[in-house]
Design a protein around this ligand. Structure first.
Ligand SMILES: Nc1ncnc2c1ncn2[C@@H]1O[C@H](COP(=O)(O)OP(=O)(O)O)[C@@H](O)[C@H]1O
Ligand SMILES: [Mg+2]
Length: 506
């Protein structure tokens, strides 16, 4: 019966414009003036003046903790502003959320795992958008299939959200916003957790929407997608706008210059100029035909002084290799051989859920794995050196706020990542297993992390970098291999390949 309904509810529907690629009504201007926000006594936004014209594609950039998400959440209405004004189409408003023509995709996507794709698309939809007094399931289903196809998703609409990859979830979130007829779209770091293929799909969907006249405001740390998609780059630093440039006037190096402070630029130069550590010291870790999780037999040797990179698509078993190497997953076959006294530390892939203790302080989150290091009969003494060592790591990684007492749960996404990374550093192991080490961190910190990993290897550690970001592989790794369907391909010397070649293997 549904099928008949689908057949009659044909092409020239009133939503034809939404589902097709016609121009949409231009978006209204957004004028933000003197916007301030404090949490307690901490001022996070210090007076934002920003005019976004209908049709702008703005890349909103800035270091982790700069206030990008806070600004977007205020515009949505998740937080109240402390002072200042927001105008939409010339009218003073308190927020932009809850209008069908303004869509928000936050860092947490706001989808319900237990519901199907089609239910999630419908979630919170305006009743007037329904067809007549009855919900026409068949037509709804058809519209959902079409809308998903527009962003390159070909999945049964009955699939539960919980079964989707992070990339697919993001594409559902964007579909939901587009389906509601959004003409203004805010996207907060949607691609930072996505593999390249899914990022491309998302960026394409946004570019297409922008080409039809929509306004897009996208937060991202990825230079290539900012340069590819936006026409204006706005840089936020410590809660203030410090630069606002047409994207056409920027190339990659100009953008890096704009983003990275003087001091960190040196780091960037050093990280690229320095010859890679040769690797090849004594063997620390060996995997012999190891099976477990999605992995169906992996051989791998990691030596002191070496940085080995692994990549692959979600579902390939990539992250299972990390857990098998570190020991958080028990192999169901094969052997993991460690050199005598070899210890390892893991930076897990899903730091949002596996990363830290939300209610504890930054200090406690940093030192939890290495308390024995500061064990001293005199408690006071221990507290002092613990704080000092943790402080050094926080400094090195530019953790913001720079307060060891700050509650972990209130840190911005990128800063949470840094703390989890810092914890691995503090435990001082011989092997580092680093999953997605630069996911969600700003450009300056990325350079800092690259330098740090190189220093760890020069200092004699073995580093396994397990990543879906090809920049990680080419910036620091000596050898690279691709995981496909639970198996590891041959290792390639990083110097002998390039990102395009590698992508073909994935
Ligand atoms: N609910 C909150 N309570 C206290 N501080 C917060 C809260 N949300 C964000 N902050 C602080 O505000 C600052 C900016 O955070 P955020 O807007 O998430 O940064 P960004 O998105 O630019 O990385 C950070 O220092 C963060 O710790
Ligand atoms: Mg953020």
């Amino acid at each position: 019966m549904d099928a008949t309904t689908v057949a009659t509810g044909s092409a020239a529907s009133p939503e034809g414009d939404r589902d097709g690629f016609g121009q949409i009504e231009p978006a209204k201007d957004i004028v933000i003036s003197g916007l301030r926000k404090s949490f307690g006594s901490t001022e996070v936004l210090g007076g934002i003046d920003l005019t976004i014209r209908g049709g702008d594609f703005v890349g909103l950039m800035g270091p982790n903790g700069a206030g990008k998400s806070t600004l977007i959440k205020i515009l949505d209405g998740v937080y109240d502003r402390s002072s200042g004004q927001i105008q939409y189409g010339g009218e003073a408003v308190s927020k932009l959320g809850e209008r069908p023509e303004v869509g928000f995709i936050h860092q947490d996507l706001g989808l319900v795992d237990e519901l199907s794709i089609s239910d999630n698309l419908r979630l919170g939809e305006q009743p007037m958008r329904r067809i007549g007094p009855f919900v026409d399931r068949g037509r709804e289903r058809e519209a959902a299939v079409r809308a998903l196809a527009n962003v390159g998703l070909e999945l049964p609409v009955e699939t539960l959200i919980g079964q989707l990859s992070p990339g697919e979830k993001t594409l559902v979130a964007i579909t939901r916003v587009l389906e509601r007829g959004a003409r203004v779209i805010f996207v907060d770091e949607a691609t930072s957790t996505l593999p390249p293929h899914d990022s491309h799909r998302l960026i394409e969907a946004l570019k297409q929407t922008a080409a039809r006249g929509a306004t897009v405001i996208m937060v991202s740390h990825k230079l290539s997608e900012i340069l590819d998609a936006t026409n204006r780059v706005v840089l936020l630093l410590d809660g203030k706008i410090v630069a606002d440039s047409p994207a056409a006037s920027l190339d990659r190096s100009a953008l890096v210059e704009m983003l990275v402070t003087r001091e960190k630029e040196d780091v960037a130069q050093e990280a690229t100029a320095k010859p890679r550590p040769a690797g090849g010291g004594k063997e620390l870790l060996r995997l012999e035909d190891v099976k477990g999780g999605l992995i169906d037999g992996v051989d791998l040797i990691l030596k002191s002084g070496e940085i080995v990179g692994l990549t692959g698509l979600p579902g390939s078993g990539l992250h299972d290799v990390a857990h098998l190497a570190h020991g958080t997953m028990k192999p169901r076959g094969g052997k993991v051989v460690r050199a005598a006294g070899c210890t390892s530390a893991l930076v897990p892939p899903h730091r949002e859920t596996q990363g830290g203790f939300l209610e504890q302080s930054t200090l406690e989150n940093l030192t939890i794995s290495s308390l024995s290091r500061w064990r001293s009969p005199v408690r006071l003494l221990r507290g002092g050196s613990e704080r000092r060592d943790a402080g050094e790591v926080m400094d090195r990684l530019s953790v913001r706020p720079a307060d060891p007492g700050a509650v972990f749960g209130t840190l911005s996404g990128g800063n949470k990542q840094k703390v989890v990374f810092g914890r691995a550093l503090l435990s001082g192991p011989s092997v580092y297993v680093l999953c997605e080490p630069t996911r969600g961190v700003d450009v300056g910190t990325r350079m800092e992390i690259y330098k740090l990993i190189e220093d760890l290897a020069s200092g004699g550690a073995g580093v396994l970098v397990v990543t879906s970001d090809s920049e990680d592989l080419f910036a620091i790794c000596n050898r690279i291999a691709v995981v496909v369907d639970g198996r590891l391909g041959a290792f390639i010397e990083a110097e002998e390949t390039n990102p395009q070649q590698l992508e073909a293997f994935i």
